[in-house]
Design a binder for this molecule. Sequence first.
Ligand SMILES: NC(=O)C1=CN([C@@H]2O[C@H](COP(=O)(O)OP(=O)(O)OC[C@H]3O[C@@H](n4cnc5c(N)ncnc54)[C@H](O)[C@@H]3O)[C@@H](O)[C@H]2O)C=CC1
Ligand SMILES: O=CC(=O)O
Length: 336
Amino acid sequence: MQITVLDDYQDAVRKLDCAQQLDGHDLKIFNNTVKGVGQLSVRLRDTQALVLIRDRTVLSRQLLEKCPKLQLVVQTGRIGPHVDVQACSDLGIAVADGQTDPGVTAELTWALVLAAMRRLPQYVASLKHGAWQQAGLKSQSMPPNFGLGQRLAGKTLGIWGYGRIGQRIARYGQAFDMRVQVWGSEASRTRAAEQGLLAAESREAFFATSDVLSLHLRLTDATRHLITLADLSLMQPTSLLVNTARPDLLAPDALVAALNRGRPGLAAVDVFEAEPILQGHPLLRLENAICTPHIGFVEQDHYEQMFAQAFQTIAQFAAGDLSAAINAGDLSPRRP
Ligand SMILES: NC(=O)C1=CN([C@@H]2O[C@H](COP(=O)(O)OP(=O)(O)OC[C@H]3O[C@@H](n4cnc5c(N)ncnc54)[C@H](O)[C@@H]3O)[C@@H](O)[C@H]2O)C=CC1
Ligand SMILES: O=CC(=O)O
C-alpha cells in the first residue's frame, strides 16, 4: 500500500521503533503542512492509507473526492470535526481513530501551572543572565509582587470540561491540596459533585473565584468561542488561565485583550489558532503569558503508543480486517 503520513512536523515517525510495522509498504512522510485542496490532492493522489496527526489537515468531501485511491484514514487520537466521516463512508473510505493517554496532557498542563504560578521561566532566564533574585524578580514591566510567585495549596482550581483530561487535572489538583471546582454541563457538575468536588454555582462565580482556571473542553460547534472577554474579565489579577485544549474555545483575541487589562494576571497556553504560532504574536511578547508549541501530547512513549496503534490498524486493514473502522457498518461498497 502507499501510506502517507501528513503533518509529521516534528519529523518523529521515521525515528519510532514501531515504524518497522510498515516495512514492505511504500511510506511517504510529509513534515510540512499544506492546506489547499489542490496541493493536498496532488500529495494524496496515489495514497491508499492516510495517517493524520492531530487536526491540522481538514479532510473535506471536496478533498476526499479528489483522492481516488484512498481506502483508509487513520487518526492518531480522536477523530474531530476536521474529518468528514459521512463523506468517507459515502466514498467507501474506512475511518479509524485511536486513544491518546489523558495523563500525558494532564502532566503538561500541570507543568504549565507550576511554571506560571512560581514564575519559573522568569527565574530561570534571570539566573542564566547572572541575577540571583531570590527575594523576588524585579522588572519594571512586572506588576507589584509578580516576582514572588504563588503557592497552590489552599487555592481554588477551576475546571471547565470534566472529561478524560479534566478528571486527571482534578485529581492532581487535589494532590496539591487545592479546592477543586467544576463548571460545565449539568452532567459534568453532577459527576464532579458525586466525586467529592465542588460544582460552581454560576458561570460568573466560576470565573471570579478560580485562582487557576483550566480548560479541557472539546471543540465543537457548541463550544467554539464559548469563552468571552466578559468571562475572562471576571478573573482576578492574580489568577491563571490555562488552555491546553483548543484555541477556538475562546473568542478571537479575547485572551490577549484580557491579559492586557490584567484580568486574569497570567496565562499558560499550548494551543494556537495558527500553528506554528506566528513570531511576533502578542502572547509571545507578554511577560505574563507562558507558551509551549502544542506539546500536550508530545512525549516519547506516547508517540510510540499512538503510532503503534495507527500502524497496527493499517496492518490489520491490509490483511482485510475492518474491525477498527468507526464507520465499518456504514461503508459504501465501492471500495474494499
Ligand atoms: N494540547 C494537547 O496536546 C492535547 C489537547 N487535547 C485537547 O484536550 C481537550 C480535552 O480532551 P479530552 O479530555 O480527551 O476530551 P473528552 O471528550 O474526554 O472531554 C471533553 C469534555 O468536554 C465536555 N463538553 C463537550 N461538549 C461540551 C459542551 N457543549 N458544553 C460543555 N461541555 C462540553 C465533555 O462533557 C467533556 O467533559 C480537547 O480539546 C482535546 O482536543 C487533547 C490531547 C492533547
Ligand atoms: O492536541 C492534541 C489532541 O490529541 O487533541
